[in-house]
Design a protein around this ligand. Structure first.
Ligand code: NAP
Length: 576
């Protein structure tokens, strides 16, 4: 191995480099399933490295008050194993973070995965060595690995964003980011709490913090839509329905555009009269959950249709919130419904009727600084004992870039993504052979029910690695041409939705100062994406360059164009 690839730490540890076929980074939903597939199905030597001291990924870190999944529990599950589906019983319509962590521990224990997970190791660099065709991976703790295949399973929302406010370090109280919540919990009893942020996380945290805090001040920069989750225990009848209908549910979540267990209506907003439309919205509101946006087909695409849905939600907010000024602030929403990730809630708007809760508009009067005593806006200083940052994440690219990945000829991922993330299928990047990015930018990921997107990626990567192993092909690498075509297809798909009406979202990287404004996820729909990926695999990995076989032959893929495949797949499924 050329000396240049070895850092000082690695030189010290040269004697104990763990050599593997595959290394997986992260022990959440993706990492666990990828470990199972590569170890038990393909028969490779595999390890997972995980920064936390337990499995769970996103759910290991996000333990903030009210943390709960917005996908329905029965669909927020692995579907690869009928046995696991049968054995595990979710207790509520939406799983709370503790139950998701218990579920992932149950799966990891049942499949005997933990023996191949190295906990408490945070990867700090990954470097490709072309002469050996291996990845050299180092952790902050000084452990070193060498592997043929490197799979990132680091999640899309795992790199926290704590905005830089002058004076932050001078604050005399406690402060926490929701995504790095202390495992022992935080006691708000008798405390004056300030929460910055009203995204999906903030909307979940507000009602729970308000229950015990002496006073809660919510600092809102952008008002947000939210629909009631209508959470509750799952009845025995529903559990029986699940047991009897697993195959149909699996079919639904794998064929709908966003992987949820409901079908998007074919009806359009203006297909029905006002009274009928109101009734449909009312029923969807009462039923609760993400299905609200599926009650008409055109809410995500037609601004006029969207305006009608938005108006319904704003009227609902006004009917709940008693103080007219607070209601004005909460309904002064600057983007179409669902162009930012649409939250669902339990008593979010109702919480503003409590005497111990105030809403502060930091759009008209932004936060200027944090003082020793609290938060200072242009208008006032708010004295606080605890500040909660529900300020989101450096989404999608953040978790990958902090791995310091260096590919062929020393090219750095950070450099080639300087103007925004580019990849082929969200899975591979030219110059980074045998590196696979599960739910990477350019794939449906965050626009889909995550476990559905994860299973599809993991299974595709597993098949791809099996293909390489079976045919003794040394490497696979996306070509620049296929990447460029995919990036333009990703943009094309976003542009037919209303997403570009809200360019200030994390989907565009706009929440991080200096981050390039590029729409990151694939909005073409999970069903269509799956069809494209399947066709690419069937066509012997068209759009990828395959390395030499062990006999020195270069594998040649058929010469069908990526454009043709994408075009053929466009008819195979609706968009998001
Ligand atoms: P987010 O959607 O990015 O929201 C961050 C909030 O912090 C926004 O209200 C933002 O205001 C505010 N903020 C950021 N910097 C600020 C500043 N300098 N001053 C004032 N306000 C500031 O983050 P999130 O709520 O953590 O959600 C991120 C994603 O995680 C979600 O979209 C969702 O995909 C996922 N999530 C899922 C669940 C679930 O399934 N239950 C729960 C939580 C989160 P602006 O809007 O003005 O930028």
């Amino acid at each position: 191995m050329p000396d240049g690839v070895l850092s000082n730490q690695k030189k010290i540890n040269q004697g104990r480099i763990t050599k593997l076929d595959a290394l997986i980074i992260g022990a959440g939903f993706s990492g666990l399933y990828q470990l199972l597939c590569l170890r038990d199905k393909v028969g490779l030597s595999v390890k997972v490295v995980e920064a936390g001291d337990g499995v769970g990924g996103t759910w290991y870190w996000n333990r903030y008050p009210g943390a709960r999944c917005d996908s329905e529990s029965h669909s927020y599950s692995y579907y690869f194993s009928d046995e696991i589906l049968k054995e595990w019983k979710w207790s509520e319509r939406y799983p709370g973070h503790a139950e998701v962590v218990r579920y992932l521990n149950f799966v990891a224990d049942k499949l005997d995965l933990k023996r191949d997970i190295n906990f408490n190791l945070r990867v700090c660099s990954a470097t490709y060595n072309a002469s050996e065709n291996v990845w050299a991976v180092e952790t902050e703790q000084g452990e070193c690995f060498e592997c043929t295949y490197l799979i990132t399973a680091v999640g899309c929302l795992s790199s926290t964003n704590i905005p830089t406010f002058p004076g932050h370090e001078s604050f005399e109280g406690e402060w926490y980011h929701t995504g790095q919540w202390p495992h022992e919990g935080v006691d708000f009893t008798g405390k004056r709490v300030g929460q910055i942020g009203t995204g999906s996380t903030g909307i979940q945290a507000v009602p729970v913090i308000a229950e015990t805090a002496k006073h809660l001040t919510v600092f809102q920069r952008t008002a947000n839509y939210s629909v009631p989750a209508k959470n509750g225990p799952l009845s025995k009848e529903f559990q029986e329905y699940l047991d009897a209908n697993r195959a149909d549910i699996k079919e639904t979540i794998r064929t709908t555009p966003n992987g949820h267990p409901f079908v998007i209506s074919e009806r359009k907003v203006f297909d029905v009269n006002d009274a009928e439309r109101e009734k449909i919205f009312e029923e969807a509101w009462e039923h609760g959950g993400l299905g609200f946006r599926a009650c008409f087909q055109d809410i995500a695409f037609d601004k006029n249709a969207n305006d009608v849905a938005a108006d319904f939600i704003k009227r609902k907010i006004r009917s709940i919130v008693k103080d007219p000024k607070t209601a004005d602030l909460l309904t002064d929403i600057d983007h179409p419904y669902a162009t930012k990730r649409p939250p669902i809630d339990t008593n979010y708007f109702e919480t503003y009727n409590r005497d111990n809760v105030d809403l502060v508009d930091v759009r008209s009067s932004p936060i200027e600084c944090i003082t020793p005593k609290g938060v200072k806006t242009g208008n006032a200083e708010y004295e606080l004992d605890i500040i909660v940052f529900a300020t989101g994440f450096d989404a999608m690219t953040g978790p990958l870039l902090r791995l310091n990945i260096e590919g062929r000829d020393g090219i750095k991922l950070a450099d080639i993504w300087e103007a925004g993330p580019k990849s082929y299928l969200g899975l591979q990047i030219p110059g980074f052979p045998n590196l696979f990015t599960i739910t990477g930018p350019g794939s449906p990921s965050v626009l889909c029910n995550m476990p559905v997107a994860i299973e599809q990626h993991v299974e595709w990567v597993t098949d791809c690695i099996s293909f390489l192993e079976d045919n003794k092909i040394a490497s696979i690498e996306a070509t620049k041409d296929s990447m460029d075509k995919w990036v333009s297809h990703v943009n094309e798909c976003a542009d037919v939705t209303l997403m570009p009406h809200a360019k200030h979202t994390w989907y565009y990287g706009a929440n991080i100062p200096g981050k390039p404004r590029v729409f990151m996820p694939y909005a073409g729909g999970m069903a269509r994406y799956r069809a494209i990926c399947d066709d690419i695999a069937k066509q012997k990995y068209i759009g990828f360059k395959l390395g030499e076989t062990d006999t020195g032959d270069v594998w040649s893929a058929p010469s069908i164009s990526v454009d043709d495949l994408v075009e053929a797949a466009m008819v195979k499924g609706p968009a998001v």
